[in-house]
Design a protein around this ligand. Structure first.
Ligand SMILES: [Zn+2]
Length: 402
């Protein structure tokens, strides 16, 4: 049976730009069937909504989440008490909350023993509501390196190659390799390079040989350079960028996924006033690197670098479903509202490599967010989920405030 929904008279952000006049969008089953003036649809008798005064745009894309993490003050401590069934249900619940928050596609950048893969597959097959999910499986890191507690520890060129092949065998969509230390692992420094240039090159090359995109947690300068020189597709966090990093990334077209929400939510809850204890070493490192991070992303943006929205949802107090908060943080850090919208729709899909998504156009997936007002003029219209009117995934209405 053919199911149609007509969304009338909307201001449209198509994934790249605001269209210059209001148009209507016809959804048929899971796809956008037609985008045209209202008069084209005269006599339409099916389900329809009048979006006058509202903006229709592609669903948001979050390029960095952890569906298996609980987003409490100490997600790792939670994880230590969870079994396989709890991880699976947590990942499913988190995916559904993410979709309700207006996010129709995510990259999971580090799971737990592939339990998120079952959730991904069930959602991507349409058995459960949820965003489109691409997942990396286990993060690949060095002995004692960032992520070693639950990642795939691999040292040396040969072993890194094997670790990549293991993720591919398990069914990963992308490969995540740790270039530097980070905040969430005790005893490592964000500033320090972890994998050396040869190990990094080995992992990235092997992933690309089998058509998998690559993402690298990369905070310190040397690690960022190792990852970029290896041909990495995205730098996650990107804290200590130098002019050399920026120049190389512009030349290679490397994306940055800033994840402002990760640092913001830790620092914003550092007093642990709600009783949920964020480990002290995490807070200490965020204080140390927070301002540098903001300046680096500002410099990268000003230079014209490619940015895709990502939150690191699941890390302390960084809640699944509140992903849109990231747009507020990006805007507060000097990114124009219209660029925030691009980075959170078309750019995210471009980085994921998800065909026929991330645009409002004929033949694209009907993954749609409708918000009050004009988010290109007021970022709160998209950043605050109270202003979301409709969330539609593959033609199915998920949230409806009409
Ligand atoms: Zn992460």
């Amino acid at each position: 049976m053919t199911e149609q929904i007509l969304l009338n008279n909307a201001r449209i952000f198509d994934g790249k730009k605001m269209l210059d006049k209001n148009l209507s969008v016809l959804i048929e089953n899971s796809e956008i069937k037609q985008v045209a003036g209202h008069a084209e649809f005269e006599g339409f008798t099916g389900s329809q909504y009048d979006l006058t005064g509202q903006t229709l745009m592609p669903g948001l894309v979050d390029c960095h989440v952890h569906l298996c993490y609980t987003a409490s003050g100490d997600p790792r401590a939670d994880g230590d008490k969870m079994g396989a069934s709890q991880f699976t249900l947590t990942a499913l619940k988190n995916a559904q909350e993410t979709l309700h928050g207006g996010v129709t596609a995510v990259r999971d950048c580090g799971g737990r023993d592939y339990m998120e893969f079952g959730v991904r597959d069930a959602i991507n097959r349409g058995e459960f509501d949820g965003p489109s999910i691409y997942a990396s499986g286990k993060i690949i890191c060095m002995t004692g390196g960032h992520g070693h507690i639950h990642g795939r520890v691999a040292d040396g060129v040969e072993e890194v190659r094997k670790a990549v092949r293991e993720q591919i065998l398990q069914g990963c969509d992308l490969v995540k390799i740790m270039a530097t230390g980070g905040v969430m692992t005790p005893g490592v420094n964000p500033e320090d390079a972890h994998y050396n240039a040869e190990e990094m090159a080995s992992g990235v090359h092997e992933a690309h040989r089998f058509h998998k995109r690559t993402a690298s947690h990369a905070q310190g300068t040397e690690g960022i350079l190792n990852a970029v020189n290896a041909g990495i597709d995205s730098i996650e966090h990107g804290i200590f960028l130098t002019q050399q990093c920026i120049d190389l990334m512009l030349e290679a077209g490397t994306y940055i996924v800033p994840t402002f929400a990760a640092l913001f939510n830790i620092l914003d809850n550092a007093d642990n006033s709600d009783g949920s204890k964020i480990p002290e070493f995490i807070i200490e490192k965020c204080i140390r690197i927070g301002e540098t991070h903001k300046q680096s992303i500002k410099d990268f943006y000003t230079a014209g670098g490619k940015i895709a929205m990502g939150t690191d949802a699941g890390t302390p107090h960084n809640k699944h479903g509140k992903n849109a908060d990231e747009l507020r943080l990006m805007h507060a850090n000097g990114i124009s509202a219209i660029d925030c919208l691009r980075m959170s729709t078309f750019n995210g899909i471009d980085l994921m490599g998800l065909d026929k998504h991330g645009m409002i156009d004929k033949g694209y997936a009907a993954d749609i967010l409708v918000v009050q007002g004009d988010p290109s003029k007021d970022i709160e219209m998209v950043a605050n989920t109270d202003n979301h009117v409709l969330v539609i995934k593959a033609g199915k209405i998920i949230k409806n405030k009409f």
